[in-house]
Design a protein around this ligand. Structure first.
Ligand code: FAM
Length: 448
């Protein structure tokens, strides 16, 4: 989008100057003390990375440049439904906010959607992968990651680097590749669905629909529903894509894209790497696991299960050494506001609110939290967003649980790619933290 790029061209030098001043004047100022528990405990709470798009508060949840989700939902431009009614906030509006820190106008968002649509078509070499080149039995996340990496074939960033473009200009090429990737992700996801399950309209048709006009999400919604207009589905997807857009920098996928991009690998390679992390069951794959869990519980206990039945079922899970998927979080210590936003959306939809699995997820909240509290291990006994998303998507016909992580992968590109542009714009260096052996840690505490 030319307008978004032009705005970044104004903003990047301002922030780069602030960064230089801070580095020069306070470079040796300590941010915090690093403890042994952090070094051996997955770096929890260790402040070690610059990330601009969003910040996560343990109690309040995610904020995008200071705005919480309710404020984003209220202030960001919204979709127009086929029947003319106003829909939910647009993910491309969220992209603008994440990238610039500013609320875009409707006109700016429409312009951005148009620019994305113009680049929606996939190159033949990527289409070949998604039209039988990759085995249908390959996990959809692996297909997504391979298809995204294949776009590196035509990376403007990689070409610019090879030509010896000035380092200060590299962000412009990172931006161009990022917009190209965002433009093509819906068609890639539609292609993965068709290649893996033989369902939906596939990549070519999804890209064609994009070029007919409309917003970024509508073609994907249609491609996943096989061309059927399902009332509420496009809005459900838009909300999902906007909500999952960014969750600050320390989560596995965001951190991975940041690290790989710091070696000046192009945005396609950096984001493909991020997707491989998102495919882990403790991260993005949890959405797939929750639905299987809730469905199995529903089948085992029947539609008339009492609270006591559900409670007993949960204790059986915990006593057999398994986790309750969709509960707990590495940072959050309250109910995930993204869970609340999806729950609110579902409760206001006449069909989704009466869906048995959606209702079970709602009921589970009141039962699982006290059970986990009594169990006493989990730092956060409240639901995370993955508890809810699968139940919503299956209701609208997307029943193949491995696809939930693919949709997550479409969304998370908003934040990861935006940061990639900023990282190059701010001239951030290659990441190279120091590792230490157990021996060194032990020697360090001798006599302490
Ligand atoms: N059910 C049962 N036990 C749980 C639990 C849950 N949902 N969540 C945490 N625990 C246990 C955990 O296994 C650990 O036990 P041990 O001491 O025996 O190892 C203990 O409680 C302390 O863990 P924690 O500090 O509360 O959590 P972590 O920060 O180590 O891990 C999660 C965070 C998300 C990996 C963890 O809560 C979990 O496994 N949840 C279920 C899977 C899930 O829903 N993941 C999705 C996360 C989501 F937000 C995302 O990234 N998409």
């Amino acid at each position: 989008s030319q307008a978004l790029r032009a705005r970044l061209e104004e903003l990047i030098p301002q922030k780069a100057a602030r960064l230089q001043t801070l580095k020069k004047e306070y470079g040796s100022h300590p941010v915090q003390t690093t403890t042994i528990a952090q070094v051996v405990g997955g770096m929890r709470g260790m402040k070690a990375m610059l990330w601009e798009g969003s910040e996560l508060d343990a109690n309040e949840g995610i904020r995008f440049h200071g705005l919480n989700l309710e404020e984003c939902a209220e202030k960001l431009p919204k979709a127009r439904n086929v029947d003319g009614s106003e829909g939910v906030m647009l993910p491309e509006a969220m992209l603008w906010l994440i990238m610039t820190g500013e609320i875009p106008t409707t006109e700016q968002v429409e312009g951005l959607a148009k620019d994305l649509a113009a680049q929606a078509a996939l190159p033949e070499y990527t289409l070949k992968l998604l039209e039988g080149g990759l085995p249908s039995s390959l996990h959809p996340m692996t297909q997504l990651s391979i298809a995204v990496a294949s776009l590196n074939h035509d990376s403007k960033f990689a070409q610019a680097y090879e030509k010896g473009v000035n380092k200060k200009e590299l962000w412009k090429y990172a931006y161009e590749d990022s917009i190209t990737l965002l433009a093509k992700l819906p068609a890639i996801a539609a292609g993965v669905y068709k290649n893996a399950y033989g369902k939906g309209l596939g990549a070519r048709k999804c890209a064609e629909l994009a070029q007919e006009g409309g917003d970024w999400t509508q073609p994907l919604a249609l491609a996943l529903s096989g061309g059927e207009e399902r009332k509420g589905w496009a809005d459900c997807l838009r909300l999902y894509l906007a909500l999952h857009g960014d969750h600050e920098g320390g989560n596995v996928s965001a951190h991975t894209s940041h690290l790989v991009g710091s070696a000046l690998a192009d945005p396609f390679l950096s984001y493909s790497a991020a997707l491989n992390g998102l495919a882990g069951p403790l991260h993005g794959l949890a959405a797939q696991e929750v639905l299987t869990f809730v469905k199995t519980m529903h089948d085992a206990l029947g539609a008339d299960a009492s609270d006591t039945d559900i409670e007993g079922y949960l204790w059986d899970v915990l006593n057999s050494g398994r986790v309750i998927p969709g509960y707990g979080h590495g940072v959050l210590r309250k109910t995930d506001p993204r869970f609340t936003a999806l729950a609110k959306f579902g409760s206001s939809s006449p069909t989704l609110s009466s869906d048995p699995l959606f209702r079970l997820v709602q009921r589970l909240q009141a039962i699982a939290t006290p059970v986990l509290q009594k169990h006493g291990k989990t730092a956060n006994p409240f639901p995370n967003v993955d508890s809810q998303s699968g139940a919503c998507m299956q209701h609208f016909g997307l029943e193949e649980a491995p696809m939930y992580t693919v949709v997550f992968g479409v969304s998370r590109a908003l934040g990861c790619l935006s940061q990639g542009v900023w990282s190059r714009g701010l001239g951030l260096p290659i990441e190279r933290p120091k590792s230490v052996s157990l021996r060194v840690l032990e020697e360090g505490v001798k006599g302490a």
